[in-house]
Design a protein around this ligand. Structure first.
Ligand SMILES: [Mg+2]
Length: 180
């Protein structure tokens, strides 16, 4: 099946964090606290997905307070942190949200994402993902992780669903509402 046809069925986008929503860099302080940067373009992409009626979720092996804050700001529905078995989290999400696996997309960058991308309807790899992730993905981004890959993946889904003109309109209405 073509990636566009897979994308048409998507109702939820799940994302990895390190190397996907970030470029993989970690600034580690002596007390072990870590600092990462997120790309604003990806944040807007997640908002666009929500405006298209597509839900979002995060499955990450690590835990951080900053991520909780970021997920809250972006109104991400499912936040699963400290996860060793991402496939198990996917099953929990499918059950809770009552979605079929064909209705869920996942984007990742490294071997920890391999088992989960084999399970979802639409698998995405960031541009600088491990070759095994690229090989098993339906859509390989041209942008690297933390530099707009998630945005690219989301826009691909919205475009495949032929929602792009409507979402652009909704986005500018959203900005107007925020102003007023
Ligand atoms: Mg990763």
């Amino acid at each position: 099946m073509k990636a566009e046809d897979r994308a048409k069925k998507i109702k939820m986008i799940l994302m990895d964090v390190d190397g996907t929503l970030t470029d993989g860099s970690l600034l580690v302080f002596p007390d072990g606290e870590e600092l990462k940067t997120y790309d604003v373009k990806d944040g807007t992409g997640i908002l666009l997905a929500h405006l298209a009626g597509i839900q979002s979720g995060i499955i990450t092996g690590k835990r951080s307070k900053a991520l909780e804050k970021r997920a809250e700001t972006l109104r991400i529905t499912e936040l699963h942190q400290g996860i060793l078995d991402k496939k198990e989290s996917l099953q929990q999400i499918l059950k809770k949200q009552n979605f079929q696996k064909e209705e869920v997309a996942y984007i990742g960058d490294d071997l920890g994402d391999l088992e989960v991308i084999k399970e979802v309807g639409l698998a995405g790899a960031v541009g600088d993902a491990h070759h095994a992730i690229k090989k098993h993905s339906h859509f390989v981004c041209s942008q690297p992780g933390g530099k707009g890959a998630v945005r690219e993946f989301i826009e691909f889904i919205i475009t495949s669903q032929k929602l792009w003109p409507e979402i652009k309109k909704r986005y500018f209405e959203f900005l107007e509402r925020r102003k007023g």
